[in-house]
Ligand binder design. Structure first.
Ligand SMILES: [Zn+2]
Length: 170
């Protein structure tokens, strides 16, 4: 693994885990005085003229306002939220469709709490009706996914060094 590409945990000024960058970026932030190193779990990086500690945890010297995590309403996101199951019969299928719980022609909106995954059969059966009119029951109330700190580690397993800095892991 290329050391410069190794992951580094970035904490906000108030020590909240903020994101993950690579060593290259972390060294630049440290060099510019924009961050301090909290943990060096990797020894030193040697160049011709100097040696630099290789951080695994850094903390920014300024507070970054957390970006609002906006999750776009898309087929893919809805299917993921619903675990690829039909929200009416519970069947797991690749042939899912989007269903408006309250149909659009009845004023139903295209929003997280009115759109669910439905198998083709259930979608046909429900057609332009509300679940009540169609005699069908939603297995679960649809909701908008909430931004979660766990999303930080969806694509990256936390390193041992990081644990003390991640309250919900320790
Ligand atoms: Zn179904």
């Amino acid at each position: 693994m290329n050391l410069l590409k190794s992951p580094v945990l970035v904490l906000n000024q108030n020590y909240e885990p903020l994101n993950i960058c690579d060593v290259r970026r972390a060294v630049i932030l440290l060099g510019r005085g924009k961050a301090e190193m909290l943990h060096n779990g990797r020894g030193e990086l040697h160049t011709a003229t100097l040696s630099l500690p290789i951080p695994s945890v850094i903390r920014l010297q300024y507070q970054v306002r957390r970006p609002f995590i906006y999750r776009r309403l898309s087929r893919r996101e809805i299917f993921m939220r619903d675990h690829h199951l039909c929200c009416y019969c519970g069947k797991e299928t690749r042939e899912l469709t989007l269903d408006h719980v309250v149909p659009r022609h009845q004023g139903g909106r295209h929003t997280w709490d009115n759109v669910v995954s439905a198998c083709i059969r259930c979608n046909h059966k429900k057609a332009g009706l509300t679940p009540h009119e169609a005699g069908m029951t939603l297995l679960r109330e649809p909701r908008a996914p909430r931004p979660s700190p766990y999303a930080l580690f969806l694509h990256c397993t936390p390193l041992e060094d990081w644990r003390p800095y991640i309250p919900w892991l320790s």
